[in-house]
Structures are given as structure tokens and as C-alpha cells.
Ligand binder design. Sequence first.
Ligand SMILES: [Fe+2]
Ligand SMILES: [Fe+2]
Length: 480
Amino acid sequence: MKTVSKRLLSLAIAMIIAITAAVPSFAVNDITWEALWATEYNNGVILFPGKDETEMNVSWYHSEYSEPKVIVSKSITFSDAKTFTGDCIETYDGDFANRATITGLEKGERYYYQCISGDFESNVYSFETDENPDEFSALYMTDIHVSYDKKDTEGINEELVRTAGLFNDITKEALLKNDDISIILSTGDQASEGLESEYKAFSSALAVKSIPVATTIGNHDRKGVAYKTFGNKPNEQKNATVSSYIGGNYWFTRGDVLFLVVDSNNASGIDHRKFVKEAVKANPDAKWKVMMAHHDLYSGRLPHRESENALLRILWAPIADEFGIDLVLLGHSHYYTVTNVLYNQKSVQPYSETMTDPEGTIYMVSGSISRPRDDDDIGLNDEWIGAWNTPDDRQIYNVLDFTEDSITVSSYYKGENDAFNKYTIVKTDKDGGHPDKISPLYNPIIRFIGTIYGFFNNIGVYDDLINKYGFDVDFFEIVF
Ligand SMILES: [Fe+2]
Ligand SMILES: [Fe+2]
């Protein structure tokens, strides 16, 4: 049973979190990472985007099964509060993942919320909706690599605290300097081992209580099984014939931007094309199409990465061409690159500060947060790459400013005020310069072969999880 002093402490921390979320500048001095960790780690409350700007998805962990509830109000006193119920599923670690969706959100409002399941009552958090859903800023980063040190079995895992702390710090800095940010885009390898402890640590960061995070499955997220029950992804693809057992594709919109979040661990071209086609058809008015995937496709640095990327390009480039994707955000290489405008795997327009009505797609990779790379032996293909950076082990974050006519991408080193790289994509109408013809890369046979490969790859993954990692997993769930 909670004591009176514990209740008072909980209330005090709840008030601090509510205030810090409402006034970001308050956060820096008044709540430490250690204090956040102490109250947030076990339950890992995190926001994900809802299907559009009128919804917000919430998720958290708890040790017991119960119907999850989120209480939401425009007032911090929770007058006129609404309650949203959700579902609860058991995780592979024996915890329960709770998920609920807040609906009916209005523009330009601040909402306070609290998560409740069984005897758990979260702190009070808050988030704000955009005044104009077509004009907002996104924080894009990749390869955060929150890492559990398997050799450190005594007490608190220090590497877990340290690496999640890096994510907390960089998101805090980005939000303080850019108060228009209302979504975080993370393109994979959120975790290094794919463990539930790593996703709880990721979710302990202050930013994810007030700004939704769209996560993408990376190859490291697929090392474990916890990503399957982590978070609360909207519009997940349900009709895949061969999916990656813990990942999957999902989409959401913000104003006139369609975000397509795809699983590049899965080679099933049939399923990916079907997913993108259906998402595009469901959003005929979307002016901008932004895809998020993990593997870097065009910035391969090491020889073995280039052979992997060559295969992945065969799979993904035709889909980007066919559906007129404007921007593809990637990760995996930990190496900052922006391509020229590409179509049919060729440069059709050079990278420049402003690219108006590009006749193809721009692919971008950012650096890693806890594993930044400094390597001169970059091995980039000049035919494709328009901008790159050797960060000397510094961390990078990017701010994407969306307007009705443009996307401006500004890339920053942590700790610096001026962007080290900045470019703008302008579209003068809905289709911009995307070619209105079938891409020369369009090839149903390759998509079919990818799907067969995906099936056999899943058998290999099943074997790995059983023999190498010792997870108790279901064959049919993984392979099909
Ligand atoms: Fe990575
Ligand atoms: Fe990766």
C-alpha cells in the first residue's frame, strides 16, 4: 500500500512533469535524468502518433493484467476529464503492454493526461496539438541505440542508463531550441539488443511524454522480441503474406503529409508494395509522402553493406519511384548523407539548397546518437550522394519544417546553434515533378522473389532466436 509520503512525492513529481512538459525551458534545471529514471523506467509511458492529428496513441508497461485507461483533460485539475480505454497484451518478459488511443483532439490545444492500469497511476503529462496541421516541425534522428550491457548483471545497468540518457539529453536540447517540434521521427535501431529493458529506458526520456515518437524497426530491434509489443503504432498492415515477425508497416498523416513507416528487414516486395499502394489510395489529398525505413540504401560505406544495399535498392527504389515518394528518411550506416534527386536509381537532378519540383526522390541518412561514427574511409558513390558529413563522433539531430509548399531540413550537431547543413524541397502543386509513368525498375518478379526470400529468412530468424538468444517463440507467428 502506498504511504502518505509516497503519494505526496508522486504528486510533486507529477506536477513537475506536467509543468516541464508545458514549459520546456523549465525542464533543464528542474528535473534530472536520475529523477526521471527513478519514476519513469518501470512503466515506460510513451506517446506514438495517432492515425492523424485528431488522435494520439499512448502505451505503457505494467506488471499485471488489467483494462488500461487514459484520463484526458484540457485542465491540469482534470475537470471535465474524458476516459479512453484500450487493450492489454502480455509481453515475452511476462509484463503487460497497455495501449490506448485518445480521439477527438482539437487544433491548438494543450491536453493533460494520466495512464491508469490496476494499481498503477502514472504521473501527469501533457501534450499540445498544432494550430495548423499543415505547418509543423518534426525532429528526425536515427540509431539511438539504447543499449543494455549483458555483462553488467549487478544492480542498475549503467550502460542502459547512460545511453538512454543521451537520447533524453539530445531530445531536450532539440525541443528547447525548436519549440514548433510536435513529432519525433526515429528510423530504427532504437535498441541494440531488442530487449524490453531497452524500450523501457527509451520511454523514460522526458520528450516522449509530450511529443509522439514514430519508431521504425531496425536490424538491432529485431535481435530480440520486445519490439513486437512495444509502443502503439497506428494503421498497422494486417494483410501481409510474409511479415517480419516483430515489425510490420504502418502509416499516419499530419495535415497534408503522409508518413509511411516500413520494415526494411523484411524482403517481401509484394507486401510492401501492397501496403504503400493502399496507404496512398486511402489518402488521395496528401501532398507530401515521407517514407521512413532503417537500411541506408545509398550511403553504403563498408563493402558488405554495399552488397546488402544493392539488393535492398532493387526492392525499395521502384516503390519510391512508382508512388512519388518525396523524401525517404533512413539510418543503419550511422553516417550522414543526403542524395541527389534519384529516379530509376540514377541522379536526375543535383542536390542543392533549394530543389523545386524534384523529378524523383531524396534519400537521407542521419548519424547515430549513442554510436556516432567518425570514419574517413567512407566509400560513397558520388553519382548518388549530394551532401555528407564526417561528424568526428559528434551527435546529429535534424529538424524538418513542413509548410504547405515546402519541407526544409536543418541538420545540427548537438551543442551547436547553427545548422551544418540545410536544404529545402519545394512543390508548386500536389504532384510536383514526379514522373507520371511506370518506373523502368517496376518488376513483379523481383517482388515475388523477395517475398519467397522473406519467408526463408524468417525461418533463419526463428532458429537464431531459439538457439542463439534462447527466446521462447512461436514458429508460425514468426515465419508467416
Ligand atoms: Fe545502428
Ligand atoms: Fe542498423
